[in-house]
Write a protein that binds this ligand. Sequence first.
Ligand code: HEM
Ligand code: HEM
Length: 292
Amino acid sequence: MHESILAFRKRRYLWLALLVSVVSIAAYWIDDPQEPANGGTVLGYALGTAGALLIVWLAWFGVRKRRYASTMGTVQGWLSAHVYLGLALVLVVLLHTGFQFGYNVHTAAFALMMLVVVSGLFGVYVYLKYPQRLSENRGGVNRSELIDQIEDVDTRSRRIARQLPAEFQELVSSGISRLQFGNSMWARLRARDLSQVLLKRGNDYAVVANPGQEAALDWLADQQSRCRDPAVAALIGELSGLLRNKRRLLKPLIEDFRMQAMLEIWLFVHVPLTAGLLVALLSHILAVFVYW
Ligand code: HEM
Ligand code: HEM
């Protein structure tokens, strides 16, 4: 997906956006309205109408994205056009206003539009950066494959623990049931591993924080160093190997959840701001015609 958004079909939408920009600037340059340029001149109305149509079309993208059966071009092409024309919109609207702003509903609409555009830029950054980093970070393995591999490690760990004393079985099964990260959006975003494990210390069991399987691995190393039976020591060593493997698999999984949370939170910003913009824009247009 990366690159292809911006470079779609030889950047045809970049050229279209540049054309829109050049035509708007030329019209603004040539226009001689006999008053300071503003939204109320003939050109002002023309540019305002173009801006409003662009905004409605940009907002329509939310609907378009979900209509996979539509034959009106690919979603990728739409996104490419969305990005470039969304940026050209800023210029069209600036020329519409004649660079005049005040404390009014018109300027509120403009401010909301700028917020949508800036949040859009951040969205493109996330889109371009993350799909790529995701595949680098896992060597091209996807999330469900990672989960399958972790489950496989768990099954093998349980099998080995069954040949060891009860505290090892407790370690493995509590480590699996108390694996915890990403229960909430906030936790996913912070990419914190909140896992715990039950460890036998003396005659008692204690619940211990186990980020990165660290506590479990330390405990196993300690048990192994004290173990006199080479066969048992070998099993403990095997169990440690499996947990290290699990740690290696968990890292990209946690990162994957973090990136997904970023994208979800971003849409939480871009889409409601769009709704706000549409309301403000409608108020702007109504206000203009009421005072006309
Ligand atoms: C059908 C579309 C539009 C029409 C008919 C329209 C009309 C107007 C008019 C008549 C003015 C001059 C108001 C005055 O001088 O008091 C104006 C100013 C302005 N318009 Fe629009 N407009 C449209 C679209 C937009 C859009 C899409 C935006 C931005 C989101 C926008 C933002 C502004 C701003 C910031 C001003 C300057 C306000 C000021 O001078 O304080 N307009 N518009
Ligand atoms: C006023 C201008 C804009 C409006 C009204 C607007 C509106 C929208 C809407 C409604 C969606 C669909 C979100 C969804 O429902 O999933 C969307 C998606 C998106 N927009 Fe904008 N947008 C604007 C400008 C921009 C700009 C300037 C950029 C980039 C520089 C941008 C980047 C994106 C991206 C990357 C998506 C995500 C597409 C996806 O989820 O597949 N937008 N926008």
